[in-house]
Design a protein around this ligand. Structure first.
Ligand code: NAP
Length: 325
């Protein structure tokens, strides 16, 4: 047992929660003890978290009773839902992904209320319908959404308020890691490198995923001052040309920005293409507000280690280069 305040972390084996666990364990003040929550306590990642000093406890966002037990004695809880979770065909038929996220947020908020948790940090995003509207200008997805992995999280904000859970809304943004994955530069048949991004000439707010955890750790440390507040975060705000220029410098080879049209992006036909096309349209059409809400100095005040895109590239350019072959 420890007399330190305890933070229970959902998604602890994943990117956001994993970053938070590391940030809390690496904190020189070791202000908090860490409980890492996972559905699979014997996975390799779970065992690594235990070896690093976290208490590993089983919890499933689809099982409210498991959350209630897992939150027992916790001062704080980090709640992140995974819209993109792998699902069985039966689960796909049973409910939409937005319904899943809303139900999981409800379970987490209720369990936090019942366990008397003093500070929840809810990883959320804006409601894109405030900008994209609800008419047919932009295709509708999952019945009433434009970008369900944003909109459902924004709808869930109200659940934490309804249960009167002391909550900080942590509004995230596009992970820089996307540039080493689905949104990485690619080589054309002519051998040129292009960064295809549907952002027109507008800035896209990005963040290194580890900085979400580091900033969340700072929010827990800041404590009650941030309960009831929204903290909107990013590590950089760059246009497609600026992302391409940084990639050119890091890869040592020119990368040209290719501003893909939103309809062209949506027409690609891969699962999620319409939702992702809508998302980039939202980022572009709402960039003044979205960027304006994410003051880099304020984020850096919470998390002095906040990485710019060029900082992040200095650690990750090799991964991108390997991918290009
Ligand atoms: N990619 C982006 O640019 C971006 C930007 C902003 C926000 N987001 C949001 O980030 C979220 C995903 O976060 P991430 O990238 O940190 O996730 P991730 O790395 O893909 O990991 C998913 C985590 O969720 C946990 N999990 C999944 N289903 C669970 C359940 N039923 N009960 C308990 N835990 C569950 C997994 O834990 P176990 O498997 O160990 O149980 C794992 O730790 C998504 O909702 C997405 O919309 C993404």
């Amino acid at each position: 047992m420890t007399d330190k305040k305890l933070i229970a972390v959902l998604g602890a084996t994943g990117s956001q929660g994993g970053g938070l666990v590391r940030a809390l364990l690496d904190d020189p003040d070791r202000e908090f003890a860490v409980r890492a929550l996972t559905r699979s306590t014997d996975s390799k990642t779970a065992r690594e978290l235990a070896a690093a000093g976290a208490e590993v406890v089983a919890a499933d966002l689809d099982d409210g009773a498991s959350l209630r037990t897992a939150f027992d004695g916790a001062h704080g809880v980090y709640v992140v839902t995974n819209y993109w979770a792998e699902r069985t065909p039966e689960e796909e038929a049973r409910r939409t992904r937005a319904e899943m996220e809303l139900s999981q947020a409800d379970h987490a908020a209720l369990a936090a209320k019942q366990a008397g948790v003093e500070h929840v940090v809810w990883s959320t995003l804006e409601d894109t319908r405030d900008v994209l509207g609800t008419d047919g200008r932009v295709p509708t997805v999952e019945g009433r959404y434009k970008v369900p992995h944003f909109d459902a999280k924004a709808e869930a904000d109200a659940i934490f308020v309804e249960y009167e859970v002391p909550t900080t809304l942590l509004r995230t943004t596009f992970f820089f890691e996307g540039f080493a994955g689905a949104m990485a530069p690619r080589r054309t048949d002519d051998g040129e490198l292009v960064l295809a991004l549907p952002m027109a000439d507008q800035p896209l707010s990005g963040i290194a995923v580890a900085d979400i955890g580091k900033t969340a750790a700072a929010v827990f440390k800041r404590g009650r001052d941030l309960v009831g507040k929204t903290v909107s975060i990013a590590g950089d705000h760059l246009t497609g040309n600026q992302y391409a220029a940084a990639l050119s410098d890091a890869l040592g080879e020119p990368v040209a920005y290719l501003p893909v049209g939103w309809d062209d992006f949506r027409a690609q036909g891969f699962p999620g293409a319409i939702e992702m096309g809508n998302m980039f349209q939202y980022y572009a059409e709402n960039s003044a507000r979205f960027v304006g809400d994410r003051d880099l100095d304020a984020v850096r005040d919470l998390n002095p280690e906040l990485l710019s895109f060029r900082d992040w590239l200095s650690q990750h350019a090799a991964e991108i280069a390997t991918r290009l072959g």
